[in-house]
Design a protein around this ligand. Structure first.
Ligand SMILES: Cc1cc2nc3c(=O)[nH]c(=O)nc-3n(C[C@H](O)[C@H](O)[C@H](O)COP(=O)(O)O)c2cc1C
Length: 199
C-alpha cells in the first residue's frame, strides 16, 4: 500500500493555499492508489528550534545519553521515522519573506542527522532516505519560478537531496497577490495539474 505523508507549513492551517492544494492532491492520490495518508501540520504542531543541547544529544551515543538527551533524540527519530515510512511526500510550501516558513526550516533541522538520514563517505555525503517521490506545492504572492529571486527552490531541493530525496517535483502556484484574474488562473492551472498528476 502506498504511504503518503502530507506536510503543511502554511501559517493559515487548512485555509492556506499551499495546504489546501497539498490536501487536494494527497487525497486524490490516496484515492487513486488506495494509499494511506498521514498529515503533519507544522503550524498547528511546530517542532522546536534546534539548540546546542539538541545538537549535542544527536551526537551522543545511545548508551551515554541523559534522559533529556534521549527525549530530544526521540523527538527527532519520530519525525524521521514518519518520513522514512512514506513512499510519497506532498509538501505545501508557502513563500514567506522570500524564504520557507520558519516552521519548515525547524522541521528540516530535525531531519538532518549524520548516520541516520545521511552519512559521510570519501566521495562526500550520501542521503539515506531514498526511493521516495516528493511533490511540492509552492504558493507565492508574486512570480519567481525560474528566476534568481526564487531562493526557495534551490534550498528545498538541496536539503531534500542531501537526505536522499532526489525525485522532487515542484508545482508552482504563483501570482496569488497579483489580482483576481492572475489568482484565478494560477489556481485553475494548479487544479488541472493535480487532476493530471493523480490520474
Ligand atoms: C508573512 C507573509 C510573507 C509573505 N512573503 C511573500 C514573499 O516574500 N513573496 C511572495 O511572492 N509572496 C509572499 N507572501 C504571499 C504568500 O506567498 C501567498 O499568500 C501564499 O498563498 C502563501 O501560501 P499559504 O496561503 O499556503 O500560506 C507572503 C505572505 C505572508 C502572510
Amino acid at each position: 500500500m502506498t504511504s503518503i505523508l502530507q506536510i503543511n507549513s502554511s501559517l493559515f492551517g487548512d485555509r492556506g493555499q499551499s495546504s489546501r492544494l497539498a490536501a487536494e492532491f494527497a487525497a486524490a492520490l490516496a484515492k487513486a492508489t488506495g494509499g494511506q495518508l498521514v498529515v503533519r501540520d507544522l503550524a498547528a504542531n511546530p517542532v522546536p528550534h534546534l539548540t546546542a543541547e539538541r545538537v549535542a544529544a544527536f551526537g551522543t551515543p545511545p548508551s551515554t545519553r541523559t534522559v533529556d538527551q534521549q527525549r530530544h533524540v526521540t523527538e527527532s527519530d519520530t519525525l524521521i521515522d514518519e518520513l522514512r515510512q512514506a513512499d510519497v511526500v506532498v509538501l505545501g510550501l508557502p513563500m514567506y519573506n522570500f524564504g520557507v516558513p520558519s516552521t519548515l526550516k525547524a522541521y528540516f533541522d530535525h531531519l538532518a542527522r549524520a548516520g541516520v538520514t545521511f552519512r559521510y563517505t570519501s566521495e562526500g555525503p550520501v542521503g539515506l532516505l531514498t526511493g521516495k517521490k516528493v511533490y511540492v506545492f509552492a504558493t507565492r504572492g508574486g512570480q519567481y519560478a525560474g528566476t534568481a529571486a526564487d531562493l526557495q527552490t534551490a534550498y528545498v531541493r538541496q536539503f531534500l537531496g542531501f537526505i536522499g530525496l532526489r525525485d522532487v517535483e515542484f508545482i508552482y502556484v504563483e501570482g496569488l497577490a497579483l489580482g483576481d484574474q492572475q489568482r484565478e488562473q494560477a489556481l485553475a492551472a494548479a487544479a488541472a495539474r493535480i487532476e493530471q498528476l493523480a490520474a
